[in-house]
Design a protein around this ligand. Structure first.
Ligand SMILES: [Zn+2]
Length: 125
């Protein structure tokens, strides 16, 4: 993983511990304002930043393609599992059913389809 998560957070002066400062998500700050983003500050640590960005709707809205770059492969591994195609049931329905449906009908360009999907979802939400 060579992604530089540093570009998506603002590192604060406040220390989280001896080694790390707190940071806030830039996308959250832009949407909710700095005071609100500060309420959601987290230690500047790769795992923490990654976890935040992965769940962050604002980051996703702002950088749908980057979101896929960062996290698409994880989703892809789960969704395009061949074995999964044989499982019909609650497990599959609970997950992103739209994604599964598309992944089973197209192997041409899963990645661009996924971006498209994110954009569609964002527009409807
Ligand atoms: Zn965020």
């Amino acid at each position: 993983m060579a992604f530089n998560f540093k570009n998506f957070v603002k590192i604060l002066l406040e220390k989280a511990d001896n080694w790390r400062n707190y940071c806030i998500c830039i996308a959250c700050r832009d949407v909710n304002g700095r005071p609100n983003a500060l309420l959601q500050k987290f230690p500047f640590k790769t795992e923490r930043v990654k976890n935040h960005l992965k769940r962050c709707q604002h980051f996703k809205n702002k950088n749908p393609e980057l979101f896929v770059e960062f996290f698409g492969s994880e989703a892809e591994r789960g969704e395009s599992n061949e074995f999964d195609e044989n499982i019909v049931g609650s497990k599959r329905l609970r997950r992103e059913s739209i994604g599964s449906a598309y992944s089973s009908i197209t192997s041409i360009s899963w990645r661009s389809m996924y971006s498209f999907m994110l954009i569609m979802l964002n527009n409807f939400m």
